[in-house]
Write a protein of this length. Structure first.
Length: 410
């Protein structure tokens, strides 16, 4: 995630979202146990757990690592495929993060293959997870069905209001009671042949005591209960981070081959009008920049210095140091004001009522007296970062953007 990216922290973002990203991307990544094989199709007993749903047949075939299961599906049924039952009635996968299945397309045509993980009573929408992969002729891949998004579990479970993918969040299935998996082709218009192998559960779910879990966000908006390269450990690191970022920005003038407007400088040349306009070129619609070059933009926008807030009603203390300490620009630590305001529409949607108290932060007094840095300085810095990331062209006067960046340029 972007947490490890060296950057000046001019704006303190809402820590709840950062913490959720950290939990999902970091927890359980190191020292995970070996995969738990659920079905390898190497034994006759494995095949006895397999049955046909509709318009399909299967057989064990030799593979590079033993045996695999070949499936030949027709196109008369809506979901032709097979069901694989848990040998002992269920798999307890509560300590695992994901179910995986290796697949290989044995035919020349393209095929979409689905993997569905079921609890008792699954109907294709409730009490199940369905994931798919599209494979070209002869291609191989792996289907992943995620059981635990965060890789963490609280004991005893405790809800965290307003967050998704948290240790307390319940997913669409109960990992401790997986009774079967289905493998099928959705709505086929032709026959297909493919092989499956190594049905397994991977990843580790880390159990944390609920009492010790809170707070789980530090004063810099980072997840407390994990570490990773680039994580900030003290305010003393700001100066080094800023120097590293300046060195990185100095090395790059942005992507090559762009006009000052971000158009394709080495591409086709259309009529320059001094304005952006739409045009059809070689059968496709494009935007054309003021110099007549084809233009397409996909990146960050609305860069500004608005403070971020998050509701605190019905939440246990999630963050530490909310009343003092903050991430500020240019390696400086200054006073922080704890903001308590009334909730807006977003909070009403979260709780079904309004208004709600919120907590947020605003950077104040950055070594220049009270108040934020000059808009021009912020705009220049944000622009240099976006150019480095490939989101904006190098020429500032060509950029139309929101917030502080737009104000600095116009």
């Amino acid at each position: 995630m972007g947490i490890a990216e060296p950057a000046s922290w001019g704006v303190w973002a809402a820590g709840f979202l950062l913490a959720a990203a950290a939990m999902g991307g970091r927890a359980g990544a190191a020292g995970e146990p070996p995969a738990e094989v659920l079905m390898a199709f190497d034994r006759e007993a494995d095949l006895q757990q397999v049955s046909v749903n509709a318009d399909a047949k299967f057989a064990a075939v030799e593979s590079q690592v033993g045996k695999a299961l070949r499936l030949d599906t027709g196109h008369k049924a809506q979901w032709p495929g097979i069901t694989i039952k848990a040998p002992s009635g269920k798999w307890d996968l509560s300590a695992r993060r994901v179910v995986k299945l290796d697949v290989r397309n044995l035919a020349d045509g393209k095929v979409t293959i689905c993997l569905r993980v079921d609890n008792p009573g699954a109907d294709g929408q409730q009490k199940c997870i369905t994931r798919s992969i599209e494979l070209a002729g002869g291609a191989s891949g792996t289907i992943d069905a995620q059981l635990n998004a965060s890789g963490l579990r609280l004991s005893p479970p405790e809800p965290i209001v307003g967050m998704r993918g948290t240790p307390a969040a319940s997913g669409p299935v109960d990992p401790a009671n997986v009774v079967q998996v289905l493998v099928f082709v959705p709505n086929p218009s032709a026959d297909h042949s493919f092989a499956i192998d190594n049905l397994r559960a991977e990843g580790a779910v880390r159990t944390l005591e609920a009492k010790a879990f809170f707070p789980f966000i530090d004063e810099f908006g980072q997840f407390i209960h994990a570490d990773w390269p680039g994580k900030l450990h003290s305010a003393d690191e700001f100066a080094q981070r800023k120097a590293e970022e300046e060195a990185d920005l100095a090395k790059s003038a942005g992507p090559a081959g762009w006009t000052k407007y971000g158009g394709w400088a080495d591409g086709p040349k259309l009529k320059p009008t001094g304005f952006f306009y739409p045009a059809k070129h070689d059968g496709r619609w494009w935007l054309v920049d003021p110099e007549g070059r084809l233009f397409w933009s996909h990146g960050a926008d609305c860069v500004n210095t608005n403070n971020a807030t998050t509701p605190i009603t019905d939440r246990r203390p999630a963050g530490q140091g909310f009343a003092a300490g903050a991430v500020l620009r240019h390696g400086q630590l200054g006073p922080v004001r704890l903001l308590r305001g009334e909730g807006a529409v977003r909070d009403a949607q979260l709780h079904g009522r309004q208004p709600l108290p919120q907590v947020g932060r605003r950077v104040e007094g950055q070594g220049r007296g009270d108040g934020p840095p000059p808009a021009a300085e912020l705009g220049d810095e944000h622009h240099r970062q976006l150019v480095r990331f490939g989101d904006l062209p190098p020429a500032q006067d060509a950029v139309l953007c929101g917030g502080a960046l737009w104000g600095a340029q116009h």
